[in-house]
Design a protein. Structure first.
Length: 257
């Protein structure tokens, strides 16, 4: 079996036996893979490379075509994102992006640009202490595009108008103006404020994302929009566990009406 080396983000680790574990990683050169680490639960002395969730590593493994689980050789730590890990909001934001990548990509679907988007988001979360939700949304917009269902945020998809916007059509992946708005199951009632936030995030560099101010009510509804959009376009996706806690973590418990 050939030895393969690629930079990777660890998306998930899970117990396999009393001594071993399996990691899921998104690699720059091979896409998403699963790797068995025999003896990987014995501590960091034997495996100093830091094969833990969200770490960025230079991964070596023995590759056999057609096999779901590859065999681990070694890993050298590239970045552990300590700044991100020192803040609960940023940690859970990073974990949400890791789960999204894990659940919404196919094994060995090579996508170097998606790897770059993910590492840029984790780098921004590591450095920028404020408004991690904006970095998250920026990353999700790029993931949508790279996975083949990018949002059209330039104009009304139906008539080309630039507003005023009244809703977002999950099927079209676009905001629609007041003239074209119709009530149907795939329509979310979201107006121009939401359009403006997402348009800004879709075009700015990731590190600039936190400059836009978003009130809690708008933030919660943007979270709903992204969840419904991913569920609509990713076959078999029912929910994303790491997303559930984010609204209360970001903005506190939603006030009762």
């Amino acid at each position: 079996m050939p030895l393969v080396q690629s930079e990777a983000i660890i998306l998930q680790t899970r117990k396999f036996s009393e001594t071993s574990k399996i990691i899921s990683a998104f690699t720059r050169d091979r896409g998403r893979i699963s790797v068995m680490i025999k003896g990987g639960r014995k501590g960091t002395k034997k495996f100093p490379g830091g094969v833990e969730t969200l770490n960025r590593v230079e991964l070596q493994y023995y590759y056999k075509p057609g096999r779901d689980l590859q065999n681990f050789k070694s890993a050298d730590l590239v970045a552990s994102y300590l700044g991100l890990r020192n803040d609960l909001k940023r940690t859970y934001t990073g974990l949400s992006l890791a789960e999204t990548t894990l659940r919404c990509t196919l094994p060995e679907d090579v996508h170097a640009e998606l790897f770059q988007v993910l590492t840029s988001a984790l780098g921004a979360l590591d450095q920028v202490e404020t408004a991690p939700w904006t970095i998250r949304w920026h990353c999700l917009l790029q993931l949508c595009r790279l996975l083949g269902f990018g949002m059209n945020l330039q104009n009304c998809r139906s008539c080309g108008s630039k507003g005023p916007m009244r809703g977002f059509d999950l099927e079209l992946g676009s905001f629609v103006c007041s003239h074209c708005h119709v009530d149907k199951p795939t329509m979310l009632h979201l107006g121009g404020e939401f359009w403006g936030v997402l348009r800004f995030l879709d075009t700015c560099p990731v590190e600039i994302s936190p400059r836009i101010s978003v009130n809690p009510s708008t933030g919660r509804r943007i979270e709903v929009l992204f969840l419904q959009y991913f569920k609509y376009h990713v076959s078999g996706l029912q929910t994303l566990e790491s997303w559930k806690l984010l609204p209360s973590l970001y903005w506190g418990v939603e006030p009762k009406e």
